[in-house]
Design a protein around this ligand. Structure first.
Ligand SMILES: C[S@@+](CC[C@H](N)C(=O)[O-])C[C@H]1O[C@@H](n2cnc3c(N)ncnc32)[C@H](O)[C@@H]1O
Length: 407
């Protein structure tokens, strides 16, 4: 059986994505990773775990008196929506919205309650989140349309519903992993508790979607090094990549989060690092981040999602994005500033410098490119969560919010 790592990923999109990292070598390494994984047979026998579902039912239950202003408690809320007040201000008008990252529906619920004539299309790639959206649709008849799929599947899903281009009034993308995904050891994102090394946001939705364990069992050292270096910004990428490959000969294949976390900790030989809040962070945190991005093809998906958002928003409609690490924020920034995303920053700089030295003004084609602006930024600078929010919900600490209106 041929196994594809990146479904629906054209070479062009992959190429564009990797340009963000300003490195041609990463692109080449990914071609190699894709080839390596294409040539392997794997089995898919993971089950979807519904533990978090119970939490959600408790959270969504009318008995808990879910008002918009109520801050859900950690013990009951499966995911606390980040920068909700800021999102509320930016999307506080009636219309048809698209929540591209429904999760546990915290932001959607806030929009439904704040804008009583609004309707919301609710997309998520995770079947568990989709089930939550279906439950919410029962609570708000005729106002919520649940959609199961990835950003790259959005055009097909919207086509089936007859949603036209340039028609949506507002879109939200709160990218990354939800607390339901993080906090369930069976999903494989967690460092502190053992579980299968899975990391697929889609669970078993696509039988060709490889788990982290399957990738680690097949990837070559150089490709893994590049994944860890660019997606994880991991200083010890080379050592870790070598150890993972060598472990195949010494141990049985890496199968659990604990096995990987221990291997990384033993290799880089530091007890831990401090995060932004000066809290202990496990030495394998960056390795886990890199793998998660790879398993879910997150940067390509984000690039595709931003293009689709532009396509379906009406002129004057607002897109709000929340990202959680610099690689994602760079992609959003480059879309919003209209930087030519097929060019690296270096090549743009060199091109302009060369042009300026030979001519005193911009050429017609360059001028057209400047005029063809797609977005106008609503927020002058990136918005960050307040100290109060971070102390209430430490997971908000690295959030960055940007908003732009479609031209
Ligand atoms: C941070 S959570 C969103 C939380 C949500 N705003 C809330 O208030 O509960 C991110 C969600 O986006 C989903 N997601 C991430 N990448 C996606 C993609 N490419 N396509 C569709 N959903 C995606 C994840 O499955 C996850 O449920």
């Amino acid at each position: 059986m041929a196994v594809r790592i990146f479904t629906l990923m054209s070479n062009r999109t992959l190429h564009n994505n990797l340009q963000y990292m300003s490195s041609r070598t990463v692109y080449n390494s990914f071609k190699k990773i894709t080839r390596t994984i294409n040539s392997n047979n794997v089995s898919f026998n993971h089950l979807i775990h519904h533990r978090s579902r119970k939490q959600y039912n408790a959270f969504a239950s009318p008995k808990l008196n879910m008002s918009t202003n109520a801050v859900p408690k950690m013990a009951t809320a499966p995911h606390i929506p980040v920068m909700s007040e800021e999102v509320k201000k930016l999307l506080s008008y009636d219309g048809v919205f698209l929540d591209m990252t429904f999760g546990a529906g915290g932001h959607t619920r806030m929009i439904l309650q704040n804008c009583s004539n609004s309707k919301i299309l609710c997309l998520d790639r995770d079947p568990l989140a989709h089930q939550y959206a279906t439950d919410l649709a029962d609570q708000y008849p005729g106002r919520v349309i649940p959609l199961l799929g990835k950003f790259s599947e959005l055009p097909d899903l919207l086509d089936k519903l007859g949603v036209c281009d340039n028609s949506l009034d507002g879109i939200l993308m709160d990218v990354g992993v939800s607390s339901m995904q993080f906090d369930d050891p069976q999903r494989g994102f967690m460092l502190s508790q053992d579980g299968p090394l899975d990391m697929r946001m889609d669970s078993n939705r696509d039988e060709n979607h490889l788990t982290a364990a399957e990738i680690l069992a097949n990837i070559d050292e150089d490709s893994l090094y590049k994944v860890l270096k660019y997606y994880g910004e991991e200083k010890h990428a080379r050592k870790i990549a070598r150890a993972v490959v060598e472990s195949r000969y010494l141990l049985r294949k890496l199968r659990t989060t604990k096995e990987l976390a221990e291997l990384v900790a033993s290799v880089i030989n530091i007890d831990g690092r401090l995060d932004k809040l000066q809290r202990f962070s496990h030495p394998a945190t960056k390795t886990f981040q890199a793998l998660r991005i790879l398993v879910n093809n997150e940067l390509n998906e984000l690039d595709y999602g931003l293009k689709s958002a532009h396509h379906y928003l009406r002129p004057g409609g607002t897109l709000v994005t929340i990202t959680f690490h610099s690689l994602e924020d760079t992609i959003v920034k480059r879309h919003f500033t209209g930087m030519d995303i097929d060019k690296t920053p270096d090549s743009i700089g060199r091109g302009v410098a060369k042009h300026r030295s030979s001519l005193t003004s911009y050429s017609n084609s360059e001028m057209k490119q400047i005029m063809a602006k797609k977005w106008v930024n609503v927020t002058k600078h990136v918005l960050l969560p307040s100290d109060e929010e971070v102390s209430r919900n430490p997971r908000a600490r690295s959030a960055k919010l940007r908003a732009a209106v479609k031209c």
